[in-house]
Design a protein around this ligand. Structure first.
Ligand code: GLA
Ligand code: ZN
Length: 631
C-alpha cells in the first residue's frame, strides 16, 4: 500500500457538480484517501430513523471510480438538532449544571442511553451499507473524543465506576479521605461528579472523575467500533487523538485501535513548533508500540481557532509532513480537502483554499502528493520502525494528579516538564520513544522520567528493577509524592524510590516567578534554576550540584546514585535549558546513546526510519551539511 495522502472531505457542504471537480483535483494532487462523514449525521439521518444514503452512495462510488480510498467516519461527534431537541438529556452539562446546547458540535452526553442508542443505530446502518464497499479502507470512529459531561446520568455511571474500583462506600470514604472537611458519604446516592462547589473540590473525586471521563468515552468508542467491525472485521478501525490531551488516556485508548492516528496543529508562529510536532509524533508512534501510525489531520494553512491564524509559510507543510513519515507515519492527511465557505471553520486552511486550485497552497499540496508517491516506491521505509535508545515516561494519571488544584505550584505543568527533557534531545538528534511507567524499560539504554508525581506500586518496582540490573534513569522533581489514591507518601520523597536514588526530600520548595536559584557544580559547570526546588538530603547518592545562597544554601539539586548495577540521577529542580542539555548530554555519553547524525547545524533534524535517514531543515536559510550519513 502506498503512503496515504489526503484529508477530511465534507461533500455535504457542496453541490454535486463540485464533487466531480473535487475528484479531478484529488487525482491531480495524488490524493488516495479521504475521510468522509465525520460531521454528516444530519445529512445521513435528516429525521429520526429516516436515512438518506443516496448522496453518500454517489460520493463513495465516485471516489472509488477514481481510485481514491475512503476512511469512513461514524458521524457521532455531532448529533443533529432533532436529537437534542427531542431528548434534552442527550445534551451534556457542565460542572455548573448548565446544559450545553446544539448549534455547535460535540453536544452529547456519553452516558445518555438515548444518545448511545442513536449513535449505535447510525453507526450500524452505515456499516451495514458500506462495510464491503470497495472504497472503504478504514473506519474512523467519532472525532477527537474529549468533552466531558456532569449530568445526572453521568453521576449514576460514575457511581457504578466507583463501586467497581472501591467496592463499598467505606472504601470510597477511606480512599477519598472524606474525614477531611466532613465529606463522609452515608449513601451512594449522595456521591456526585465534581460539580461547582463553594471552594476547592476533593482531589481524588476530581481525579477519579477525570479517569471516569476517559473510560466512559472509551466505552462509546468501543461500542461503535464493535458495531462497525461486526460487519467486516477485515477493515481496520481508528479514532483521531489530539496531541498533549490530558482527558483521554492515550495508553488505554491506543490498544483499542488498529492504527493510532494524530490530529496536530503546531502554531506556525511558535519557534518551538518543529520540536513540539516531533514530540507529539513520537508519542503517537509510542502509543502504537512502534507500529506505523497515521497523521490524520493537520492544516495545509491556518488553523482558524487560533487567536492569530497565520498560515504555514511555503514549504512548512511539506517539512512537517515528512517529519511525520520520518517518525513512523504511513500516511499524511489534512483538515480539510476543500475550504468551507460557511460555518465556524470558514477561515480554516484547506488543501483547496478559497482561492481555488490556482494557488500556492494547492500547488504545494500537489508537489507533496507527488513526493509521497515517490517515497512509497522506495524499499525499507514504509511499515518500518524508528529505532530509539531513550524512553521518556508518559503517564496520564500522574499528569492529571500533578495538575490538580492546590498543588504546591499551580504553574507546574506536566507537558512543560516532558518538553524540557525532550527538547535538548531533539536538538541533539537523539530519537526518543515514550513509555508507560510500567513499560518495558530494558529495551532502552536510558529512561527519562521528567516528572512522576503519582507512583503505583507496579511502576515503583518496574523502575527499581530496571536500575538494579544496570539501567540508567533520570528522575525530575516533584516525583514519587503520592499513590494512585492521591495519598501523600510519608517519610520523605521520592517515596518508594528513596533507596534507588539515594536521596530523601523533606520539603517541596516552589519558587515564585523572578526568583533564580544559583547552583554550583564542579562536574556540570555552575548554572541557574527556577520555578521549583526541594529541601533534599543525599542518602548515599553523590552530590553533583548544590544550591548556593538563600534558604536552600548547600542543598543538593543534582544527585547520582549507584543502585545495583545501574545509575539513578535525581534532579530536584528545573535547571536552565542549557544546563539540562549539558546534563542530558553527559548522561547520554555515559550510556552510549548517540545522535542519529552527529554535528548537524542547529535546527536540522535527523531521524532514522528503516533503511533511511531523514534530514529535516527547520531553518529559514539553507543549511550546508558536510557530514557523511552513517550506514
Ligand atoms: C480538529 C477537528 C476537525 C477540525 C480541526 C480544525 O482537528 O477534528 O474537525 O475542527 O480541528 O483545526
Ligand atoms: Zn452526562
Amino acid at each position: 500500500m502506498p503512503l496515504l495522502f489526503g484529508g477530511d472531505y465534507n461533500p455535504e457542504q457542496w453541490p454535486p457538480d463540485v464533487w466531480a471537480q473535487d475528484v479531478r483535483l484529488m487525482r491531480e494532487a495524488g490524493v488516495n484517501l479521504v475521510t468522509v462523514g465525520v460531521f454528516s449525521w444530519a445529512a445521513l439521518e435528516p429525521e429520526p430513523g429516516r436515512y438518506d444514503f443516496g448522496w453518500l452512495d454517489t460520493v463513495l462510488d465516485l471516489l472509488h471510480d477514481n481510485g481514491i480510498g475512503v476512511a469512513l467516519s461514524t458521524p457521532t461527534a455531532s448529533p443533529p438538532p432533532w436529537l437534542g431537541h427531542r431528548h434534552p438529556d442527550t445534551l451534556p452539562q457542565g460542572p455548573d449544571g448548565i446544559r450545553r446546547h446544539y448549534g455547535s458540535r460535540n453536544q452529547y452526553c456519553p452516558s445518555s442511553p438515548v444518545f448511545r442508542a442513536a449513535a449505535l443505530a447510525i453507526a450500524g446502518a452505515l456499516a451495514a451499507r458500506y462495510a464491503h464497499h470497495p472504497a472503504l479502507r478504514l473506519w474512523h470512529i467519532g472525532n477527537e473524543y474529549g468533552p466531558s459531561c456532569h449530568c445526572g446520568q453521568c453521576a449514576e455511571r460514575f457511581r457504578g465506576w466507583l463501586k467497581e474500583r472501591y467496592g463499598d462506600l467505606d472504601s470510597l470514604n477511606a480512599a477519598w479521605g472524606t474525614a477531611v472537611w466532613s465529606q463522609r458519604y452515608s449513601a451512594w446516592a449522595e456521591v456526585l461528579p465534581p460539580l461547582r462547589v463553594p471552594y476547592v473540590v476533593n482531589p481524588l473525586q476530581d481525579l477519579d472523575y477525570q479517569r471516569f471521563g476517559s473510560d466512559i468515552l472509551l466505552e462509546c468508542y468501543t461500542a461503535e467500533r464493535d458495531a462497525v467491525r461486526g460487519h467486516n472485521p477485515a477493515v481496520p478501525v481508528t479514532t483521531n487523538f489530539m496531541d498533549f490531551y490530558r482527558h483521554t488516556d492515550g495508553w488505554a485508548w491506543a490498544v483499542e485501535t488498529d492504527v493510532v492516528s494524530l490530529d496536530t496543529y503546531p502554531d506556525p508562529n511558535d519557534p518551538g513548533a518543529g520540536m513540539r510536532g516531533a514530540m507529539s509524533k513520537d508519542i503517537m508512534r509510542s502509543l502504537g508500540g512502534g507500529r506505523p501510525w497515521l497523521l490524520m489531520e493537520q492544516s495545509p494553512g491556518a488553523a482558524s481557532w487560533r487567536p492569530v491564524a497565520t498560515p504555514k509559510r511555503p514549504g512548512l507543510n511539506r517539512l512537517w509532513s515528512l517529519q511525520a513519515v520520518a517518525r513512523g507515519a504511513d500516511g499524511v492527511l489534512h483538515f480539510q480537502w476543500r475550504a468551507s465557505r460557511q460555518g465556524a471553520e470558514r477561515a480554516h486552511g484547506a488543501m483547496v483554499p478559497h482561492a481555488g486550485p490556482d494557488s500556492r497552497v494547492f500547488r504545494e499540496i500537489c508537489s507533496l502528493g507527488a513526493e509521497l508517491a515517490r517515497l512509497s516506491e522506495v524499499d525499507g521505509l514504509l511499515g518500518e520502525r524508528v529505532p530509539a535508545d531513550v524512553a521518556i515516561v508518559l503517564d496520564w494519571d500522574a499528569w492529571r494528579a500533578a495538575e490538580l488544584p492546590h498543588q504546591p505550584h499551580d504553574g507546574f505543568r506536566y507537558v512543560d516538564r516532558l518538553t524540557e527533557y525532550y527538547e535538548p534531545l531533539w536538538r541533539a538528534n537523539i530519537t526518543c520513544d515514550f513509555a508507560r511507567a510500567g513499560g518495558r524499560f530494558r529495551d532502552y539504554r536510558l529512561v527519562l522520567v521528567p516528572n512522576l508525581y503519582q507512583v503505583t506500586p507496579a511502576a515503583a518496582a518496574n523502575l527499581a528493577a530496571y536500575v538494579e540490573v544496570g539501567g540508567t534513569v533520570v528522575l525530575g522533581p516533584f516525583s514519587g509524592v503520592a499513590d494512585p489514591d492521591e495519598r501523600i507518601f510519608t517519610g520523605g520523597w521520592p517515596g518508594p524510590w528513596q533507596d534507588v536514588f539515594g536521596v530523601r526530600v523533606e520539603e517541596h520548595w516552589p519558587l515564585p516567578e523572578g526568583v533564580v536559584l544559583d547552583v554550583d557544580s564542579a562536574e556540570l559547570g555552575d548554572f541557574t534554576a527556577s520555578t521549583w526546588a526541594e529541601w533534599a538530603q543525599a542518602r548515599g547518592a553523590d552530590v553533583v550540584a548544590q544550591v548556593r545562597g538563600g534558604p536552600l544554601d548547600g542543598r543538593p539539586v543534582v544527585l547520582r546514585n549507584r543502585y545495583g548495577a545501574g545509575t539513578a540521577w535525581y534532579i530536584a529542580t528545573l535547571p536552565a535549558a542549557e544546563a539540562l542539555a549539558r546534563l542530558l548530554a553527559r548522561v547520554c555519553a555515559d550510556t552510549g546513546v548517540e545522535p542519529v547524525v552527529p554535528g548537524l547545524p542547529p535546527g536540522v533534524e535527523a531521524v532514522r526510519r528503516g533503511d533511511w535517514v531523514f534530514l529535516l531543515d527547520h531553518n529559514d536559510d539553507t543549511a550546508e551539511i558536510r557530514h557523511a550519513v552513517p550506514d
